[in-house]
Design a protein around this ligand. Structure first.
Ligand SMILES: *Cc1c(COP(=O)(O)O)cnc(C)c1O
Length: 469
């Protein structure tokens, strides 16, 4: 399988290189040159497979030529073996024909484990083979950091540095990062905000001289392998609900457009999907595009669903590329005008094409709390605020009651106790067994000033399993 850039200028890469790449050299994102397509009979024959075996069948075409089948199978069995639920991604019924796909049974209790548990293992496999080491420098406002650290903690060939804004992540989120020890794990609390952290990561990708030749790898959802891993659970949910003979709809709590883009790919690979709902919080750039063909930057609002607090959605470029007939020059032009003027619209027929599949809704904090409390009263289930946004959007935007509606349950409610309490849910939530002593564990973290040079010096001093690069 070869991968090409959405801006048409960077060289095509194979899977191994795309795994180790960040942005393409032309500023674009990598996508498969040709998407695999499965027949209905083939998909139907996968019903009842354990999650890791389904994952093998769905992802195999993407890694062909880079990872032999037997090795890939073994990696997938290990990856999904660490999940706490034997179904890995169980479906829970909320209402007639309305389901939550619980994606929060991984080590850090959010869906990001599906991709980052795999990414860590794939990196280690490929690096071992090449005899190389890499450094990861990532910024987090919450869920990505802990999932990346959990995913990479056993990697022999990876040193990981996660930057979070000092005193500005929740205690559960901080402890999920700082209580994991290893000579290759480095938590850095920056005396600044999340944007400061992200800027430092961007600047480090732009000029990597401080790494003395060691490669820097991206763990955010611009990394193709993360999107790839997320395609699988759309197939998994559909097969549980009578697919592919029956079509299914999905509502997806959305920030960077990574998770929902994986659903779009599942459909293009042959899975019958009737409708994809983009559910956003008040940071609604995607809702403004889907409802009015305006992709325009707004100011950032802090919400009760912090993992969706974004101003721009990086993976949206991947959808735009398809909507424009995979014309890289057109995308480079759009992104340029976005950078210059802060916004754009697309031609009417391209927007209409997108709307055949996608609907959207923006949900504010008050509605999020209302939904948490409504669902609790109806079913006794406690939703996390991100999932609640997905439920609200599903109920408002649903096109057909006859088609099963699956809401992606992106996080466990125990990660977001503030929202649950604001919603008036009286029930005390307990941490799952593997995290039950989280508040008693020791923490390890280095506080650094909001200064790029200081952070880069720290990385180069500790980037080789705690020793200098
Ligand atoms: C990351 C995250 C999201 C948003 O996913 P995208 O792929 O960025 O759209 C939604 N909910 C939770 C809990 C998350 O951690």
């Amino acid at each position: 399988m070869r991968y090409i850039s959405t801006r048409g200028q960077a060289p095509a890469l194979n899977f191994e290189d795309v795994l180790l790449a960040g942005l393409a050299t032309d500023g674009g994102l990598y996508v498969p040159e040709n998407l695999p397509r499965f027949t209905q009979e083939e998909i139907a024959s996968w019903a009842g497979l354990p999650y890791h075996e389904l994952a093998f069948r769905v992802m195999r075409p993407f890694v062909t030529g880079s990872i032999p089948d037997a090795d890939f199978k073994k990696i997938l069995e290990e990856t999904y073996g660490v999940f706490a639920h034997s179904a890995v991604a169980p479906l829970r019924q909320l209402n007639g024909n309305e389901w939550v796909l619980e994606l929060f049974h991984g080590p850090t209790l959010a869906f990001k484990d599906f991709a980052l548990q795999l990414l860590g293992r794939l990196l280690d496999y490929v690096l071992e083979k090449r005899g190389e080491r890499v450094v990861i420098v990532g910024a987090t406002s919450g869920d990505t950091g802990s999932a990346a650290i959990e995913g990479c903690k056993h990697c022999e060939n990876v040193d990981i540095f996660i930057l979070h804004p000092h005193n500005r992540v929740s205690e559960v989120q901080r402890r999920q990062m700082t209580t994991i020890f290893g000579e290759n794990i480095h938590n850095i609390a920056i005396e600044g905000n999340f944007d400061d952290c992200q800027e430092m990561v961007k600047a480090s990708f732009a000029d990597q001289s401080f790494l003395k030749g060691t490669r820097l790898v991206a763990v955010n959802s611009i990394n193709w392998a993360r999107i790839m891993a997320q395609i699988v659970y759309y197939f998994h949910a559909s097969l549980q609900l009578g697919g592919p003979a029956r079509s299914v709809s999905f509502s997806v709590p959305t920030g960077n457009f990574g998770d929902i883009f994986a659903g779009y790919l599942a459909r293009n690979m042959g899975l019958p999907i009737n409708q994809l709902i983009v559910a956003t919080n008040r940071n609604d750039i995607l809702h403004r595009f889907m409802s009015g063909n305006q992709y325009v930057k707004d100011t950032l609002h802090a919400t009760l669903s912090p993992s969706m607090d974004i101003m721009v959605s990086s993976n949206f470029e991947r959808l735009l590329f398809d909507l424009h007939g995979r014309n890289g020059a057109a995308i480079a032009g759009l992104m340029d005008s976005f950078k210059q003027g802060g916004g754009f619209s697309v031609e009417q027929e391209r927007w209409t094409e997108a709307r055949k599949l996608f609907d959207s809704l923006a949900v504010d904090d008050a509605q999020t709390c209302e939904t948490i409390s409504e669902v609790y009263e109806q079913t006794g289930e406690v939703l996390d605020p991100h999932t609640a946004i997905g439920v609200k959007a599903a109920r408002e935007c649903r096109r057909s009651l006859d088609i099963p509606m699956v809401i992606l349950g992106t996080a466990h409610p125990v990660k977001f106790p503030d929202a649950v309490e604001k919603a008036g849910v009286g029930k005390t939530l307990e941490l799952p067994a593997h995290l039950s002593d989280l508040f008693e564990r020791d923490e390890r973290c280095t506080v650094l000033p909001n200064d790029l040079k200081a952070v880069q010096a720290f990385v180069s001093q500790h980037g080789n399993r705690g020793k200098p690069l």
